[in-house]
Design a protein around this ligand. Structure first.
Ligand SMILES: Nc1ncnc2c1ncn2[C@@H]1O[C@H](COP(=O)(O)OP(=O)(O)O)[C@@H](O)[C@H]1O
Ligand SMILES: [Mg+2]
Length: 343
């Protein structure tokens, strides 16, 4: 499946992947992946467990060799120019890559030395990055004593030591609590603002929405959809506001009251499962809707927002469940459908 249409005409592509294949025995971890990351942007690679995300990152980091296909990062070919390529990339793996027994500062200093920095330069870079990631106070403490968020910040700092122009983040917030996740997102946004190009893998639609401008959805080693995050969201359906009145008999009345306001999005409201479901187009609209219902004196039992889950995304894009949920064993029969969805 070709995604040639996404290659920018000005040629400022930091990562170009074509027909990338990696098999482990009978497992097609990557089964012909095409993708592009434009310079200075974040591409989200969204997929369930086992989709091939880590295999992709490992190929693009020269940690493993692909069986077929090509990948060029910052102008360097992953197979033919691994050494040059490694100097331009940073990697934050799915699992913390720092040594827990060492202090934060020691970890960063050591990595700097491994990257051939002089003692003075490595020391300076470690100090700088600890400051930058708000870890100066914890610099001398062993990483074992760090919180999950501090560890992840140290991971990010470690990946920045060599001043990479392209950064891979492999599920950077999986397993983190919401507050820590927000911290990591803020750091990633700062790095992007500083000009780093990011390839981010994730299982969370919300993370892709927060950080990525474009998205490639993969499953079973294949690209099943791709495009601008907004476009995919429009296909999948975005965030919704769910309102459950104490008296279900008031549902229609509530829907009417809302539609009379003429607020953006309320026309698309639906009654579903005893709830009024309103598409959220902007944060202002959310407050306006809640304010209006309060002013009209509706008695509300529950109010909440809902984001489409990865499964809902897959269902909407491909018309089928992700491989994690599917029974499996019918990959070939699905090909026509997947190609149709990705076109
Ligand atoms: N070293 C390996 N040996 C054998 N199978 C592997 C290996 N690494 C990954 N796989 C398999 O390849 C598929 C993709 O794995 P992975 O890239 O880790 O997916 P993800 O990161 O999206 O969860 C899975 O079926 C996994 O079991
Ligand atoms: Mg993985």
């Amino acid at each position: 499946m070709t995604r040639i249409d996404t290659i920018p005409a000005d040629g400022t592509t930091a990562v170009t992947v074509r027909g990338l294949v990696k098999h482990y025995g009978a497992t097609k971890a990557l089964d012909g992946v095409d993708l592009d990351v434009r310079e200075g942007t974040v591409l989200g690679v969204l997929g369930p467990n086992g989709a091939g995300k880590t295999t992709l990152v490992r190929c693009l980091s020269t940690l493993i060799l692909p069986d077929a296909g090509t990948a060029v990062v910052a102008g360097y070919d992953v197979v033919r120019q691994p050494r040059q390529l490694r100097r331009t990339i940073g990697l934050t793996g799915q699992y913390a890559s720092v040594d827990e027994k060492l202090a934060g500062w020691e970890n960063l200093y050591m990595i700097g030395r491994l990257l051939d920095l002089s003692r003075t330069a490595a020391r300076r870079r470690a100090d700088e990055l600890l400051e930058r990631f708000s870890l100066t106070e914890a610099a001398k403490r062993p990483v074992l004593q760090y919180s999950g968020g501090m560890r992840r910040r140290l991971d990010l700092a470690a990946s920045m030591i060599g001043r990479p122009s392209v950064l891979y983040l492999d599920e950077p917030t999986t397993g983190l609590d919401p507050r820590t996740r927000n911290e990591v997102w803020a750091e990633v946004k700062r790095m992007v603002a500083e000009g780093v190009t990011v390839l981010l893998t994730t299982q969370y639609m919300e993370e892709a929405e927060q950080l990525a401008s474009e998205l490639t959805v993969i499953d079973r080693g294949r690209v099943v959809a791709g495009g601008k995050v907004d476009e995919l969201k429009a296909r999948v359906g975005g965030r919704t506001l769910e309102i459950r009145p104490t008296d279900p008999g008031q549902l229609t009345e509530m829907a009417l009251a809302l539609s009379e306001t003429g607020l953006d999005g309320v026309a698309g409201s639906q009654i579903h499962d005893g709830m009024l479901v309103v598409p959220i187009l902007a944060d202002e609209q959310l407050t306006a809707v809640i304010g209006l219902l309060g002013a009209r004196g509706f008695d509300i039992a529950h109010i909440g927002t809902h984001l489409p889950s990865l499964d809902e995304v897959f269902l909407a894009i491909t018309g089928e469940k992700s491989s994690e949920q599917a029974d499996g064993g019918h990959h070939d029969a699905d090909d026509a459908q997947l190609k149709g969805a990705a076109a």
